[in-house]
Design a protein around this ligand. Sequence first.
Ligand code: GDP
Length: 447
Amino acid sequence: MRSPCVIVVGAQWGDEGKGKVVDLLAGHFAWIARYQGGHNAGHTVVIGGQRFILQLIPCGVLRGVSKAVIGNGVVLDPQALVDEIATLRAAGVDVAGKLFVSTRAHVILPYHRSIEHAAESAPGRLRIGTTSRGIGPAYEDKMGRRGLRVADLYDAALLRDHIREALAEKNAIAAALYNAPPLDAGRILETYQSLSDQIRPFVADTGALLNAAAARGESILLEGAQGALLDIDHGTYPFVTSSSTTAGGACIGTGLAPTRLTGAIGVSKAYCTRVGGGPFPTELAGAAGDALRRRGNEFGSVTGRPRRVGWFDAPLMRYAAALNGLDALVVTKLDVLDEFERIPVCVGYKGGDVIPPAAAGWEALEPVYEELPGWQTPTEGVTRWDDLPLRARDYLAFLARVSGVEIGMVSTGPERGQTITLAGSRLERLLGAAPEAPRASGQSARP
Ligand code: GDP
């Protein structure tokens, strides 16, 4: 049997609770790698009542056993990395010798931040709802072949010339388009020289490390940030993030060979949320939406922005399952639905399941709902499938059936322990905990 090389992706628009799930699964893996995004990810992990928000470093490090990789597909703000290492150290987690940052990751520079901020606030501009951390502009420079990579930080002449030349252009753009003040090349150079010294112990050829680890039979977990529906190609463009969040991005963003992969796990809430603008067919407005938002504490962990909330959208889940080749689903925040009398689930769209490629197509979509009876019994902290109310079990089995993906784990609270693991599930087999068996077709009484 091959050692597990498993991708964990958000199956919705992000914030599905991947932080908790990756933290839980991390114990099974020798390596945890991030493959895209930047310090806008904001995974929340609660351990013993202590809340950690990790934006850049893979959440697996909190387990203390795995080695953590920030892959080449991530865009790196060195200041954010230095700050996060310091925060973890203060909390008693030392990443020395355990954290590896790709030499090929692109670097976020101050002008990326200032241009993004100015552009998002400019009148007449389509608001994507970005976090204004410079992530999008850093990806633009990467694709425009004018980016700066981590390895370049250690070539003093190249770094100086790069900053000077980039600023000549960026300052002109910032002034002409956004009336923004110029940034000073000397100051940026000084700051980045100091930051590069601080991150130097962590810099490595992480693609080579991961492929060598896989060849030695070591297990690897690839941790996606954001969610499948925010993928630059496959998401709800243009209301998407600037990178490939779906499973295909995991190999590009780490250098790990695709032939090493053994499976993909999707993480979804028992309902649905999204942050910022863009299509959301099952969005719930009004008092019911407020109740769901309040119960789910649906406010951004990085930005504090209220999240838009709505019901579980099975057509979008089927889309995400197909795109990512999901083998198993983890359903989080089941407890948030505890008080609802009836829980609608979108099972399809009128006129078919076509996921619109154009922004306008979304407006015409009409969700078709099936309403399931709520269980109106607390499930917070339940750890055994059999201890769930029957209606909650039925609800989960329904989600699995309409999604076409087996559920392997259910989360009933933010803490590590507040989790139901379904013994003998495909997810367990993916983790290498049980022998491979033929893929089950259809769903049994359990999800
Ligand atoms: P991520 O980016 O996908 O990791 O998601 P976030 O960390 O932004 O959002 C998940 C939030 O839900 C965090 O505050 C978690 O602590 C919390 N959470 C995760 N799982 C559960 C759960 O099963 N129930 C409840 N009530 N909260 C959860």
